[in-house]
Design a binder for this molecule. Structure first.
Ligand SMILES: *Cc1c(COP(=O)(O)O)cnc(C)c1O
Length: 394
């Protein structure tokens, strides 16, 4: 029984669906009618698997973190998505989607990006496939994220500034949607997380599901069983979390822990803790939980981590929250930064600040000594070095 997967119309419980302007309907409809068939074709799977292996570097290790385990008195494993090419899980999805675009006969790729990580992952696979790549990015974000803008340009992408509104992610998204409406035949829009109208959340979750597919056989090798007691991941839009949970969703013996960014505190007015603060609404074509004012205007999220700084959450996660299947924990900037430093010094791994949030759960939950906990190490911290330097005065 698939209680936590999307149904045919892209609903997870009451969340999901496709709330889009009529002019976008042909685009999403073409994708909806074809994505499962294409993903099921042997030659698609063969090319996807081959690129994940030879280009991304999969399978990523499942690493038993000995010193962390000793400190917190549980058996803690790290799924090393930080070792993927480009330094995070995002490339699993962009590889899948560019192969999908090719199958659909598209020659041009568009994407939107906030912090620039998804833009870089998209520009990377466009270079790999020799496809035209246009990345929409808010003018404010372009100024804040100069290294990622440079990476995209070096990879051959065109970065187009969004100059309207707050000149951040939501404005870039609006520009990308406008582009897609104007170029329905030759263009595929690569969305970077389990958000957006159906079929995106389901399609992206299926591409990222390789994470939990690997955890199962790797844990079997190491512990003699496929199922941990808990799987843990940070949630921005929710794609690394969806991939980590995917093959465990309907196995209630496996606890699911979702970690959100509380920013300066859930009630501080500067937060991105969507489950705690969100109300039901529509964002990016999907019905989900999102942070909004009384009259439904989306409120600007805040987190020290650029990748968790999103005002909504994917519909799968809204449903996991509402149904009680997942335990949501909100972690502040200070807690995340301290946890990032701790993991660096206990394990010799500097995590992305997004991921650091997931390591702060041990101050909020206690575990039994024989509990097996798999934490998805979604990305490496190199991109965040300046933030760590400023915060710790290194
Ligand atoms: C983008 C990013 C995230 C947040 O995105 P999800 O879709 O929630 O996974 C988390 N960790 C890292 C390292 C990222 O780059």
């Amino acid at each position: 029984m698939n209680r936590y997967q999307a149904d045919e119309r892209g609903y997870y419980g009451e969340f999901g669906g496709a709330f889009i302007p009529e002019m976008l309907y042909p685009n999403t409809e073409e994708l909806r009618q074809n994505y499962l068939r294409i993903m099921g074709e042997p030659d698609f799977q063969e090319e996807f698997r081959q690129l994940l292996r030879d280009y991304v570097g999969r399978p990523t290790p499942l690493y038993f973190a000995k010193r962390l385990s000793e400190k917190f008195k549980a058996r803690i494993y790290l799924k090393r998505e930080d070792l993927c090419h480009t330094g995070a899980h995002k490339v699993n999805n962009t590889i899948g989607q560019i192969l999908m675009a090719k199958k659909l006969g598209k020659s041009r790729i568009i994407a939107e990006t906030g912090a620039g990580q998804h833009g870089v992952a998209t520009a990377t696979v466009c270079a790999l496939m020799g496809m035209e790549c246009i990345v929409y990015m808010g003018e404010v974000d372009i100024a804040r994220q100069a290294p990622n803008v440079a990476r995209m340009k070096m990879l051959g992408a065109e970065v187009r500034p969004a100059r309207s509104g707050s000149r951040t992610l939501k404005d870039a998204t609006n520009e990308a949607i406008r582009d897609w409406i104007n170029n329905p035949v030759n263009t595929h829009y690569i969305i970077g997380s389990v958000v957006g109208p159906h079929p995106y959340p389901d399609m992206v979750a299926r591409f990222q599901a390789v994470i939990s597919e690997e955890i199962k056989w790797q844990l079997k090798e190491k512990e003699g069983k496929e199922d941990p007691d808990y799987v843990v991941a940070c949630v921005g839009g929710g794609s690394n979390a969806a991939g980590t949970y995917y093959h465990y969703l309907d196995n209630e013996q496996v606890g699911i822990i979702a970690v959100e960014a509380a920013g300066k505190g859930v009630d501080s007015g500067e937060s991105a803790a969507t489950s705690a603060l969100g109300k039901v609404g529509i964002i990016h074509g999907s019905k989900t939980l999102l942070m909004q004012t009384g009259d439904g205007q989306i409120t600007e999220p805040y987190s020290i981590s650029a990748g968790l700084d999103y005002p909504g959450v994917g519909p799968m996660h809204a449903h996991l929250y509402k149904s009680g299947r997942a335990d949501f924990i909100a972690i502040t900037d200070d807690e995340a930064m301290a946890a990032g430093l701790m993991v660096s010094q206990l394990e010799g791994i500097i995590p992305a600040i997004e991921t650091s949030h997931a390591f702060a759960i041990f101050d909020h939950r206690t575990f039994k000594p024989d509990d097996i906990i798999v934490i998805n190490l979604s990305g490496r911290g190199d991109k965040d070095l300046q933030t760590y330097i400023d915060y710790f005065k290194l």
